[in-house]
Design a protein around this ligand. Structure first.
Ligand SMILES: Nc1ncnc2c1ncn2[C@@H]1O[C@H](COP(=O)(O)OP(=O)(O)OP(=O)(O)O)[C@@H](O)[C@H]1O
Ligand SMILES: [Mg+2]
Length: 275
């Protein structure tokens, strides 16, 4: 990854600061400072299956993700982390309660509107990259924009490509890229349309620690320097320490929360889950 002396971020507009005004709700923190909420749930529940095979994946989750912040979600396997992100991203629907992106409550949208909101306001980074194997890196990055009939902001896309260090790999197909490079394509794809919020489900789970650290550093800079909002699931205390805040889930409920996490404090908290 190229980290230049003069960060390319310096000359880029802050998308979180400029694009979310029409869609975000404004709340007040205890200090009275106005905070934009990029995504939220209220008493969210999700039940899979019926009768004996019923699984309560989410059990009354109320949470807000402030714009321009980097939040990590942690918790044991099966605690509902992916379910929460999928329901917030409009990839799955809740059984009860509500999920919103900005001020838009997802269950009020029709299929077409939901697809449009997902395309324009939500970026999703999967653990398994989910790149299209027959397309080049560049085509993968711009695919969501092309599908929406948009060209996108070329200057911005160039900034993203240079920052993730993919300039000399743009013509390669995913099979010709390393795992870390494929994940960088996935991160660039999520950033390309300047979404209101990016959800990342264990984005560094398949990467070696050095490449993982590069991706995490990049995501943190996207938040700090570009005002991007990111919510990331991770099992790794070190990865969580890149975030501004950690939310702990267990059995579909939020059981704890930590501001300005360090790896040590997160590890300490995880021990109490028996992980
Ligand atoms: N499509 C589905 N059908 C039935 N049960 C499901 C489905 N998806 C998830 N579940 C169940 O819901 C619960 C929460 O799953 P989820 O994938 O959200 O966990 P997670 O916290 O992301 O776990 P992991 O860390 O292993 O990825 C689990 O018990 C899981 O088996
Ligand atoms: Mg998961």
């Amino acid at each position: 990854m190229t980290i230049e002396a003069h960060s390319p971020f310096e000359h880029a507009g802050a998308p979180g600061a400029t694009t979310s005004t029409t869609t975000s709700t404004t709340t007040r923190t205890t200090t009275g400072a106005p905070q934009q909420v990029a995504a939220s749930t209220s008493d969210a529940s999700k039940i899979y299956g019926k009768g004996d095979s019923e699984v309560r994946a989410l059990d009354g989750v109320t949470v807000s993700f402030e714009a321009g912040r980097f939040t990590a979600i942690m918790g044991p396997s099966g605690s509902g982390k992916s379910t929460l992100m999928h329901c917030l991203a409009g990839l799955d629907s809740l059984t009860g309660g509500t999920a919103s992106i900005g001020a838009t409550q997802l269950d009020t949208l029709g299929d077409k509107q939901l697809t449009e909101l997902r395309r324009t306001q939500v970026g999703f980074i999967f653990q398994a990259y989910n790149l299209v194997p027959t397309l080049t890196a560049l085509e993968n990055i711009t695919l969501p924009l092309l599908l929406g009939g948009q060209k996108g902001d070329q200057k911005w896309i160039d900034t993203v490509i240079d920052t993730v260090g993919l300039r000399d790999r743009l013509k390669h197909r995913p099979s010709e890229l390393s795992g870390g490079q494929q994940q960088r394509v996935a991160v660039a794809r999520a950033l390309a349309s300047r979404p209101t919020i990016i959800f990342a489900d264990e984005p560094t789970g398949n990467l070696d620690s050095r490449t993982g650290a590069e991706i995490l550093d990049f995501m943190r800079r996207a938040v700090r320097e570009l005002g991007q909002t990111i919510v990331m699931v991770t099992h790794d205390a070190n990865a969580a320490s890149y975030a501004d805040r950690v939310i702990f889930l267990a059995d579909g409920r939020i059981v704890d929360e930590m501001a300005d996490p360090t790896a040590e404090r997160v590890l300490d908290r995880m021990k109490r889950f028996g992980e």
